[in-house]
Design a protein. Structure first.
Length: 163
């Protein structure tokens, strides 16, 4: 038996003001995207903003449904939109944030497991790391230089692809 330890590396900034102007802009776009979230059940409005390699910004927000499994997270809305409308364009960075009508989100918002897997597969397909910026309504900002830091043992199965 062998025991392994896997570590992740996340930078933590005290506020959005400590980030570069480019990262601040992307997070502000995610904040704007959260305004259009459809979240009448959870009141948890998530916004995501992607920056493509040509500088274009793609927005996404969570879309809930009374049949809960039918909803979709902000990150996947944005990633699927980018992949379907801008094929061949690499995603350089994603910013994620949320706000609530019922409480203040004091910690950085991190993607769920399904979103992490979609982001990881996108990173693998484009053979280029995706910078991930995460924040709540107040407090610190987390920054990861790669999705792999958020999902170190990501599911990969190249052999499943039909040749």
């Amino acid at each position: 038996m062998k025991k392994n330890k896997y570590l992740i590396e996340i930078e933590e900034f005290d506020s959005i003001n400590e980030l570069s102007a480019e990262d601040q802009h992307l997070l502000n776009q995610a904040i704007a995207a959260s305004e259009n979230a459809y979240a009448p059940y959870s009141n948890y409005h998530v916004g995501a903003a992607l920056r493509l390699d040509d500088g274009k910004i793609i927005l996404g927000n969570n879309q809930e449904n009374v049949a809960y499994p039918s909803g979709l997270c902000a990150e996947r809305v944005a990633f699927f939109h980018a992949n379907s409308n801008y094929p061949g364009k690499a995603i350089e960075a994603v910013a994620i944030t949320a706000k609530s009508k019922t409480f203040v989100i004091q910690k950085p918002v991190t993607p769920c497991g399904s979103c992490r897997q979609v982001m990881a597969e996108t990173e693998n397909i484009q053979k280029r790391k995706i910078r991930v910026l995460m924040m709540g309504e107040k407090g610190s900002v987390f920054v990861s230089e790669s999705v792999e830091s958020l999902l170190p043992l990501m599911f990969q199965a190249e052999e499943l692809k039909i040749k």
